[in-house]
Design a binder for this molecule. Structure first.
Ligand SMILES: [Zn+2]
Length: 679
């Protein structure tokens, strides 16, 4: 699995630059506007508010968003650029089979709301009829395979990835799935929010069944059947925390062993159905879950399976059907789960699907239009400077033995770097797209992606492949590839200022680079060696000392109350919090190296370089968020909330206190012996 970034003075002012009105007036663009800050807040009390209070005020949550931050603002800008590209393709009607024809037709089909509304659920009727026609156990597995190939993934994900212990080779994998709510906890927790959401989910399923041709009372019964079925799956599912353990989720077996593990499921029929009769080794991430699926295959009635499989078909295509389906989907996933008040405009949703179904086709045009070669050169330099700084930090670590340090250096040197866009683009010639049917285009694209994914099984890993599109505002580290990847779209403000000064670039994109590199050395990443294999390269003593240090971070975050009575999950977010603190520490070191060479020490916008470093970092995480979304993310997101990505790691850094002249009276102050210092 990959690690995404993302995916980021009560009245008396305690420091220099922002003390007087005079300096405030001098705070002009390019980077920090006084308007974006909150000078009524003491930086030592709530640095996040101090740095971003103005920005948050000026960017109230739009009704169609559950969270909106400077990160999202950049994503919106990227969407506008993609829109220009896609609309041009849609208008010009390219020759059949060209990328432009595919992009244009895909978008046009999705925007043709009149035709979509007229069609109602007829585009998925053939799939529902297949489910309805099931009259035997064999019939069930045939439909499961059929849905799997179209990536409607009824029970579990079936995918390809590098073998975690032989990272040069691609093998198949099975990963738990089958739930319509975002996590097992929603099915099993007794808290009020979860109970209410379960009721809302059953109503949602009822609505979907009613809209797709069932009588009201029948629909309600079917919904309850599905809820009971999914609850069983939830009970057998791993928690998110359990899924963060790469050893426990590594269970490689061949088909014979898989059949032994879960004999009640007809694996050979399933594999033949997805055109993978002999996949070789398969990693089964959650064996207990797969055993439960098999036992349900045996024990649940055909009617129960039919109810479940039809719910999968309708639920997973609801956003592509007529507006009554789209609205029902929004009422649950948007409103009930995330507190969103209005839907995104249709063009954004269709654009999002176009941009992911034809990701590298759109990406090629995006890069040609919007990614200057100079940006790549500047990034190459920054990444190498971060690598040097990381190496210096490793040398300075007091808690790590020389033996482990040597191995850490080897791993650091081996990190591969991808910037902007892939060396070679994906070939879409086998994918047919027309302007007839939005649903059919999506399903065709899903089938195309699934076949592509399966085509890699049993072959050497393609090191040139990207797992993110150039137009995506994000970045990732892959432990099994030991690589950091920065798509073109993130290389813009507030992350990356092509003409910006060092303090700001190291504070923003520098920390992002350091963050991604640190993922190779966080509580999960450190379990992989330099070649991306799950292997031990630490001495036991070093591992113990590492765990003691990360425990400090766990305890710090567990104490953060995100809403009255609800606390952050320090264990679930540990990897990301290590990466944030590591990214900051390493990039600060790199920045010090940079100004040592250049002798650049200046005040810009009324702030010292050191202050600008921390302000630039904080600006990346400026955001507003709804309470429901806070609850959802606290349960499901490995990343901390924006405020805690700032106020969480910074007080662990002495340099932060010094930059803003904060002493031990500051509310954020942590005594030196209680600070986390890892990388
Ligand atoms: Zn991350």
């Amino acid at each position: 699995m990959k690690n995404y970034l993302m995916l980021v003075c009560a009245a008396s002012l305690a420091l220099g630059a922002c003390q007087s009105n005079q300096s405030k007036k001098e705070l002009i663009k390019p980077v920090f506007s006084a308007n974006d800050m909150d000078f009524n807040m003491n930086p030592g009390e709530n640095f996040y508010q101090y740095a971003n209070g103005g920005w948050m005020k000026q960017h109230p949550l739009p009704d169609d968003k559950s969270r909106f931050g400077s990160f999202d603002l950049l994503a919106e800008e990227s969407k506008e650029k993609v829109k220009t590209i896609v609309e041009k393709a849609a208008a010009e009607k390219g020759a059949e089979g060209t990328l432009s024809q595919k992009i244009g037709d895909f978008y046009n089909a999705g925007m043709n709301l009149e035709a979509i509304n007229t069609a109602g659920y007829t585009p998925i009727k053939p799939l529902l009829d297949k489910v309805a026609a099931i009259d035997s156990k064999e019939g069930i597995v045939n439909v499961i395979s059929d849905l799997q190939e179209q990536q409607l993934t009824p029970l579990f994900y079936f995918y390809s990835s590098a073998d975690q212990k032989n990272s040069e080779m691609t093998i198949a994998g099975i990963y738990q799935g089958g739930l319509g709510m975002p996590d097992r906890d929603y099915y099993l927790s007794d808290d009020e929010t979860s109970v209410k959401l379960r009721e809302a989910y059953v109503l949602y399923l009822t609505k979907l069944f009613a809209l797709s041709g069932n009588a009201e009372d029948e629909a309600a019964e079917l919904a309850n059947t599905v809820m009971a079925f999914e609850t069983q799956l939830a009970e057998a599912s791993n928690t998110r925390l359990q899924n963060r353990d790469p050893h426990a989720t590594y269970n490689k077996m061949d088909v014979t062993k898989l059949v032994d593990l879960a004999p009640e499921f007809p694996w050979n029929e399933f594999l033949a159905g997805i055109n993978m009769p002999e996949p070789g080794d398969i990693n089964v991430s959650q064996p207990a879950f797969i055993k439960e699926v098999a036992s349900m295959y045996q024990n649940e009635s055909i009617d129960t399976w039919k109810a479940f499989l039809s719910s999968v078909v309708v639920r997973k295509t609801a956003t592509l059907l007529s507006e009554d389906f789209v609205n029902a989907n929004f009422a649950f996933y948007g409103e009930a789960l995330s507190g969103q008040k209005a839907q995104e405009p249709r063009w954004k949703k269709v654009l999002g699907n176009t941009s992911s179904a034809l990701g590298e086709a759109v990406g090629q045009l995006f890069v040609a239009e919007y990614f200057p070669p100079a940006a790549k050169q500047r990034m190459d330099d920054l990444v190498e400077n971060l690598r040097i700084a990381f190496g210096q930090r490793i040398d300075q670590l007091e808690w790590m033995s020389d033996e482990t340090k040597a191995a850490a250096h080897e791993k650091l040197a081996a990190i591969r770097v991808k910037i902007g866009y892939p060396n070679k683009w994906r070939d879409y010639s086998a994918l047919s797209i027309s302007d007839d049917s939005y649903v059919n285009n999506i399903l065709a694209s899903n089938r195309f992606d699934f076949a592509h994914d399966m085509g890699k099984v049993g072959k050497p890993v393609d090191k040139d492949e990207w797992h993110m599109f150039p137009q995506t505002v994000n970045a990732y580290y892959s432990p099994v590839g030991n690589e950091v990847v920065f798509p073109a779209a993130i290389l813009q403000p507030p992350f990356f200022y092509l003409d910006g000064d060092d303090a700001v670039n190291y504070g923003a994109i520098g920390v992002v680079i350091g963050h991604e590199m640190t993922h190779g050395f966080d509580d999960q990443g450190r379990l992989y060696g330099k070649d991306g294999n799950l292997q031990t390269w630490w001495t036991d003593e070093d591992a113990e000392r590492f765990n003691a240090r990360t425990q400090i971070l766990v305890d710090q975050f567990n104490k953060i109350e995100v809403l009255p009575g609800t606390f952050a999950d320090g264990e679930l977010s540990l990897g990301e919090n290590i990466a944030d603190l590591g990214g900051l520490t390493i990039s600060y070191q790199a920045y010090q190296n940079a100004i040592k060479d250049k002798g650049e020490i200046t005040d810009i916008d009324g702030f010292t370089d050191e202050q600008r470093f921390f302000l630039a970092y904080s600006r990346v995480w400026a955001q507003n968020i709804r309470d429901k979304e806070i609850l959802r993310r606290t349960k499901t997101d490995v990343h901390s909330l924006g405020i805690n990505r700032v106020n969480g790691p910074l007080p662990n850094m002495e340099e932060f206190y010094q930059a803003f002249k904060l002493d031990n009276t500051a509310a954020l102050y942590i005594t030196p012996e209680n600070r986390a210092s890892i990388w």
